[in-house]
Design a protein. Structure first.
Length: 202
């Protein structure tokens, strides 16, 4: 990554980033044409590589940038101060919906990257994703008010269960989720609330 990229005017940086999100979300990593990214960004392909070094460098930069943007919206939702386990999950889902509305190409890219299997980037994706998810996981488990649970040890198991359920839902219904995010949010909130009724004390 060439640090000169950050000295570019904000609008020019934004064009390159958005072009990357759009193209990488439309193709698997291997088939994504960097020439299309350069064209959409209004720069030459050699200049694109001058800033990012390689296709892989650009891809991983975009992935980490997208996660940082998602984290900034998490701050706006005040996730760090939420002690109700299920309310934290629902606020996090609402954050996803806000991302869909405000940064649709970025979220499409994130969803594509989560399921990317190309060995050139898959290990790096897992490493970067784990760093951010570790922070999110530790935050919710440390702040959860366990006195509300019938079983105080339930949050760890529940978090894994809910994460798998939401990721599975997003994977199977990816196109529908982007077409009608509010419907997807309501369906996932029904699931979360049913779990709350089963795991919280009466």
């Amino acid at each position: 990554m060439n640090e000169r990229f950050f000295s570019l005017p904000p609008e020019r940086r934004k064009r390159m980033i958005n072009a990357g999100y759009k193209v990488f979300s439309a193709y698997p990593y291997k088939k994504a044409p960097t020439s299309s990214i350069a064209e959409a960004a209004g720069v030459s392909k050699p200049l694109l590589f001058h800033y990012f070094g390689s296709k892989k460098g650009l891809y991983l930069f975009l992935f980490e940038t997208a996660l940082k943007t998602a984290d900034s919206i998490a701050d706006e939702e005040d996730l760090a101060g939420e002690r109700d386990f299920f309310m934290y999950i629902m606020k996090n889902l609402r954050r996803e919906i806000r991302l869909m509305r405000k940064y649709p190409d970025m979220l499409r890219f994130l969803n594509a990257a989560y399921f990317e299997t190309d060995p050139l980037v898959s290990a790096d994706i897992k490493r970067i994703k784990a760093r951010y998810m570790k922070h999110d996981t530790s935050s919710i488990l440390e702040n959860t008010d366990r006195s509300r649970f019938r079983d105080p040890e339930a949050p760890e198991k529940l978090l894994k269960l809910i994460t798998l359920a939401v990721e599975g839902y997003m994977s199977v219904n990816r196109q529908e989720v982007f077409k009608n995010p509010d419907k997807a949010l309501k369906e996932m909130e029904v699931l979360i609330l049913s779990l709350r009724d089963n795991y919280y004390k009466a």
